[in-house]
Design a protein around this ligand. Sequence first.
Ligand code: MG
Length: 209
Amino acid sequence: MDAKRYIVHIDLDSFFVSVERKFDPSLIGKPVIIGGSSDRGVVSSASYEARAFGIHSAMPTKQALKLCPHAVLVRGTHGRYSEASREVTQIIHHMVPLYQKSSVDEFYIDLTGMDRFYDPYKLATELRQKVMRDTGLPISFGMASGKTIAKMATNSAKPNGQLWIPHGKEKEFLAPLNIRKIPGLGESTCQKTLPVRTGEDRRSATREP
Ligand SMILES: [Mg+2]
């Protein structure tokens, strides 16, 4: 029998910033940038308050501080991030049978087959709550029938949220989204496919006559 797939993508919110906020609560609620302060320094993480000014990862710190001069710049402490990452990994390791760590703050979990015993969405919700309770770090997840949609669901749910795209609802979820939101699509592909800008455009463009 073909089991329905249940894939969860779970991702800590502005991970480095959240870790620094645990050590220095005065950073809470402020636009915070983690990054190098030298001339060639770049942003490695930005709080949502900083993102509201257009700041994003990989942007030169100089440019970021121009966009938001009152942002707090923190140099970052890599040991703290790997320690927090290890803590989260341990929680996931103990709660689910099958997972893949795809970066320091991001995991894919395969709950396929679990639905025979337990509600997968409930399990993912409990996992998210346990991570937040035990580590004090905000985390979001998306659940869907495959990895790409699950990751896109996480991105829609962020910050501090969760979203399930049930089987059969994938097209409905994708239709209004900008194609740039599809993970793995490079800039040149997006350029080539213009004027196809959303999933809905793409669908009508490829519809049989
Ligand atoms: Mg993250």
